[in-house]
Ligand binder design. Structure first.
Ligand code: GLA
Length: 381
């Protein structure tokens, strides 16, 4: 940075700002992130931008391991939950920061039928299949295909899921591309192709804590907005009933910025009781596909940090970290407790293969699955 200063001063003096060298060039670097207990090496990629944002993505689960953004005062803080070693991620079942798949969220009893064939997936959650089954994408070691710096910094990671893995049909080639731009955006592109008809639903499972301070860790005062007029209710083991109901006059109406904690203890609502808080799929307003549209916005009034989530997906799962029970010690020595994070997972609807009225999650040979998630970071002064 210091070597750029004379250039900047010269540019300011001559008014030649537009012709300046790429002072804000975003950077991508590769580093080691240690090894699993069987010796498998895990790598990290650090992307940094001129906007003061730094993100670390590791090859175990193509996951976000840390994400630093400035607060209102310009102080940088890590705003995602997670661990500092690969083995901790491998042993944990919370999907911190992970790419989840093949199928994000639940498939009832792990069963579905496609083109007249019945499939049984591996089950790992009350007899249902959650986030890809016993060993989903989050526990696989991805390959780094390419790395790029410049106007934006990006990394492409890939994984080949063999035919029959966790019970899913088709050899699936998947990529997760992370792109950090100088305008305060981190974009994730998930893509997949298959050699047999199959189902697919990939999402990002970052646990955001915009306060980034152990003294104010609860997210209950964060203001959440979700652009959804409907949601998909679930049964007692969190499988969608198949109905799509309005959020109006329910604890699920986040169409205007609302403190997360306002209705989270509404014991009269069976959905809140089943989920121990929020853990459901919202049906996003507007048309899926095409240009990513604003799905949700979170604001931490104390730090001023604002996160906006854009996506091409039809739904977003809002999970309020209900299973964090104080037994996990994460990065920076912080104990994670219920309600310590906001998880927003843009996705196809959970259990879509078993509900013909939900948007289809089928992928056929020759087609490319594509889900775009954009996190836009800013501060409110
Ligand atoms: C998703 C699910 C939750 C939970 C978390 C991981 O958000 O909907 O029920 O399984 O993942 O703990």
């Amino acid at each position: 940075m210091s070597s750029l200063r004379p250039v900047l001063i010269a540019a300011l003096c001559t008014g030649a700002i537009a012709a300046m060298p790429a002072a804000g060039a975003a950077q991508a670097h590769r580093a080691s992130f240690g090894a699993l207990s069987d010796g498998t090496r895990i790598e990290a990629v650090d992307l940094s931008s001129h906007a003061g944002i730094r993100v670390r993505i590791i090859t175990l689960g193509a996951r976000i391991q840390s994400l630093y953004t400035p607060d209102r005062a310009g102080k940088s803080g890590d705003i995602v939950l997670g661990f500092s070693s690969p083995q901790q991620y491998f042993a944990d079942g919370n999907y911190f920061g992970a790419t989840v798949g093949r199928f994000a969220n639940r498939i009832g009893k792990g069963r579905f039928t496609l083109d007249g064939h019945s499939y049984q997936l591996s089950v790992n959650d009350h007899g249902n299949s959650l986030h890809g089954g016993a060993r989903g994408f989050d526990k696989r070691v991805w390959k780094i295909d390419s790395l790029r710096g410049g106007a934006s910094a990006s990394v492409v990671m890939s994984y080949v899921s063999p035919d029959g893995e966790e019970g899913y049909p088709g050899t699936l080639h998947v990529t997760a591309t992370y792109t950090l731009s100088d305008n305060g955006e981190l974009r994730i592109d998930y893509r997949a192709t298959t050699d047999k008809p199959t189902i697919i639903n990939m999402s990002g499972h970052s646990y955001f804590n915009l306060a980034s301070s152990p003294a104010h860790f609860s997210t209950m005062r964060d203001l959440l907005q979700i652009n959804a007029s409907h949601y998909t209710p679930v049964d007692s083991v969190l499988i969608p009933t198949g109905s799509i109901v309005p959020v109006a006059n329910t604890p699920f109406d986040f169409r205007k910025p609302t403190p997360i904690g306002l209705h989270i203890r509404d014991g009269n609502d069976a959905q809140i009781r089943y989920c121990h808080g929020y853990d459901m799929n919202f049906v996003l307003d507007g048309r899926p596909g095409g240009t990513p549209r604003l799905a949700a916005r979170v604001e931490d009034p104390r730090s001023g940090r604002v996160l906006e989530v854009y996506t091409t997906a039809p739904g977003v799962q809002f999970y309020s970290g209900n299973f964090l029970d104080g037994t996990i010690v994460g990065k920076h020595g912080i104990v994670y407790r219920q309600g310590d994070a906001v998880v927003l997972e843009p996705q196809d609807f959970p259990d879509a293969p078993n509900h013909p009225n939900f948007p289809s999650a089928t992928l056929r040979p020759g087609a490319t699955y594509h889900n775009v998630i954009v996190y836009r970071f800013s501060v409110r002064r």
